[in-house]
Design a protein. Sequence first.
Length: 131
Amino acid sequence: MLKIKTIKSARSVLITLSALFFITVQTISAEENPAINRTLLLENNLELPSNNVNAKVIRVTFPPAFKTPWHTHEGPGPRYVVKGKLKVVEGSKTNTYSAGEVFWESGNLMSVENISEDSSEIIIFELAPIK
């Protein structure tokens, strides 16, 4: 009878360890595949000048202390600062944007200055009418 109790005890321990193993594997798997995190950075309603729009994504790198001349872009759109810190003067408004921030550029006359000690980078999403 001692052998039967030992076998039943061993079987119980094996079943318990197997259950713990599968619970641990499922917990690890859930941590390896976390849910995505979706954050709205900018929203702007606009009326497009045409049904035919040329959408561009442009990466611009500014050397330290670089300042653009006054200029315009073909179209408005969101701008995402990837790296550094930029001072943006558009019309009568002056704002400073740092890495991770998004702003809306209207397409009006503007100037941008890199006020970082290192290079700055921006992604321009431009929505312009097809010419």
